[in-house]
Every structure is written in structure tokens, then in C-alpha cells.
Design a protein around this ligand. Structure first.
Ligand code: FUB
Length: 319
């Protein structure tokens, strides 16, 4: 499938997290809506209130089946506002939905909700994960252990933290200093807490130097995703204000990762966000753009296109 196809033509869905459970593909997107809130750099206009899940049996020829609402902000005891990009993991017959949400003080944390089925519904825990902050959780399973990658700048609030401590004031490094990295942390056995302090996801250039804050076309901004290919770990992400999807390769879940290049050039709409998954022998890039809404930043539509690798393991750029 060389031509991208839209998956949910009758609603606005974005930020796909995609997994294969029980032989089917499950897509967990953000559910965009018109909130009437003016657009700003804080992302207040992304005021999402629930999640749906979609399943597919055949990406090439099939449709995405909507299983309806799986979690609603009104059912989350600690909720303030804004359900952003989520992810789901499966362990011992249970499904764990990890979601970022602002609390009643407008601070993002990451919560967990549990279901017996990938289709939900998911029941939220009474409190967010202890010590969690920022946005865009993404989960890697590795030999029965689970790792969460998370973080996002600007509206995602990552610039308010250093080494897992909240700063009195948000701070960005100088252009020649190392960029603010996303974070990775092992989850506890019960999947409900962090098992350790989160660590930085360091992205190096080919000379072994950490990417700098001024390197806007390569440094991390938001939208972490991790997948394995031929025994290597591919960490992919959005560069935010330069609108690229990039990737870096590492030898273990903690990194460091070495920057490789661009996966997807800018789409219509400010944000770019994705998932990469193998299904029935092919690799796919799930992402979104704002073409169907006429370019409205906060009304995005889900897409999928086939992703291909070169023989050296690098990814072919999608234009
Ligand atoms: O959907 C809200 C935010 O927009 C996500 O959390 C970011 O990754 C960006 O896609």
C-alpha cells in the first residue's frame, strides 16, 4: 500500500498508538473535537474529553471498526482537562491504558486505566502514577519487562522539569547546550507505578555528541514511539515546531540512540505524530494530518501508509 489512506473519515482522530493483540490491529488515537478554545503555544485548543479504540483485520483492504468510547474524562477522579496521546500495553490477560491528563491545577501527569479486553472499557486508577509528569506515554515490552517513554515540550510541560524535579520556572537550554530529552522508565510488576527514576533518552549525532537545543530539525520535541527491527531499538519522535518525524537507533531500551534521519516530511497541520507497527509481514506508519478539516490544527485525521526499510536497516523517507 504505497498511497496513504484515511482510516476514520467521519470523525477527527489523531496521535495513533497501534498494537497487535490477539492477531488483530488495535488503534488507540486521541479524539479531537472543536472546543472553541483559541489556538495558543500551550495547546489549550487540544481539549479532548474521551478515547475510542479501533480495530482492523486487514490494513490493505479493510476498514477500521470503531468500538466506541473506552475512557471518558468525567470518569477520572483526578481529572482537570485535556486527554492527549495515550498508549496501551498487555500483560497477563489485562490491558493497561496509559494517558496524559492535566490535574485540577493544570499540571500534566500520566494515569493508568485497566481492562480485561483490548476493546475496553478501561477503568481508571484513582490517582496518576506517582512522580509522573508531561505527556505522550509510549510503552515497550521487552522480555516481560515494560518501559515507558514520555515527554513533550511547550504545552507538554517537559521544560518545567530537570532530572525528575519540578523547576520553579520553566527553562530551555541555550542553543549550544544539549537538548531537553524525552524520558524512559521501567514500570513496576503490577504495571501501575514507575519501578525506578526515569532516565533521559539521549540522542547522539554520528560523532557521538548529544543533539543540541538549537538543532531544531533533529532534536526531540514530543510524540515518542519505539519499535524493534532486526534486534535494534528504533526511537522515533516529532521535532515539533519544525514539523518532522525523525528516528534514532540504539542497542538497548535505555539508549543512547544515534540519529538516523527523517521518516516523514511535514504534513498539513502543526503537529505530526505516529506509530510504527508490523502486521501480517508488512510495516506501517500510522499518523495524522489536518487535510480533511481544511488545515485546522486541532482537528486531525488518522492515516496509514506502508513503511519500508533499506537493506542497511535505515527507513525510507516518506514524502
Ligand atoms: O494531541 C495533543 C498533542 O498534540 C499530543 O500529545 C502531541 O504529541 C501532539 O500530537
Amino acid at each position: 500500500m504505497k498511497t496513504p489512506k484515511y482510516l476514520v473519515p467521519n470523525d477527527y482522530m489523531a496521535d495513533p498508538a497501534v498494537h497487535v493483540f490477539n492477531g488483530k490491529l488495535y488503534i488507540y488515537p486521541s479524539h479531537d473535537r472543536e472546543s472553541g478554545i483559541p489556538e495558543n503555544d500551550n495547546g489549550d485548543h487540544f481539549d479532548m474529553k474521551d478515547y475510542h479504540v479501533f480495530s482492523m483485520e486487514d490494513v490493505e483492504n479493510g476498514e477500521a471498526t470503531d468500538h466506541g468510547v473506552i475512557l471518558d474524562v468525567k470518569d477520572i477522579p483526578w481529572a482537570g482537562r485535556q486527554l492527549w496521546d495515550c498508549d496501551v500495553a498487555h500483560k497477563n490477560g489485562k490491558y493497561y491504558l496509559y494517558f496524559p491528563l492535566k490535574d485540577k491545577n493544570d499540571v500534566f501527569h500520566i494515569g493508568v486505566a485497566i481492562s480485561n479486553k483490548p476493546e475496553g472499557p478501561f477503568i481508571p486508577q484513582p490517582d496518576p502514577i506517582r512522580g509522573s509528569y508531561s505527556i505522550d506515554p509510549c510503552i515497550l515490552e521487552e522480555n516481560g519487562e515494560y518501559f515507558m517513554y514520555f515527554g513533550g515540550l511547550w504545552g507538554g510541560q517537559l521544560q518545567h522539569y530537570r532530572n525528575n524535579k519540578a523547576l520553579e520556572c520553566a527553562a530551555f537550554p541555550a542553543d549550544d547546550e544539549p537538548a531537553i530529552p524525552s524520558r524512559v522508565v521501567k514500570l513496576s510488576d503490577d504495571m501501575l507505578q514507575f519501578a525506578e527514576e526515569s532516565r533521559p533518552v539521549v540522542i547522539l549525532d554520528k560523532n557521538g555528541k548529544a543533539l543540541t537545543a538549537g538543532d531544531g530539525e533533529r532534536r526531540f520535541f514530543e510524540a515518542s514511539w519505539i519499535h524493534k527491527y532486526n534486534g535494534k531499538y528504533y526511537f522515533s519522535y516529532s521535532t515539533g515546531d519544525t514539523h518532522l518525524l525523525c528516528y534514532a537507533i540504539g542497542d538497548n531500551p535505555y539508549g543512547p540512540f544515534v540519529y538516523q534521519g527523517v521518516i516523514l516530511t511535514p504534513v498539513i497541520g502543526w503537529t505530526t505524530h505516529h506509530a510504527i507497527v508490523e502486521f501480517k509481514g508488512k510495516w506501517y506508519l500510522f499518523h495524522h494530518d489536518s487535510v480533511p478539516s481544511g488545515g485546522i490544527t486541532w482537528l486531525r485525521s488518522l492515516k496509514v501508509v506502508e513503511l519500508e526499510y533499506n537493506s542497511d536497516g535505515t527507513i525510507k523517507m516518506i514524502l
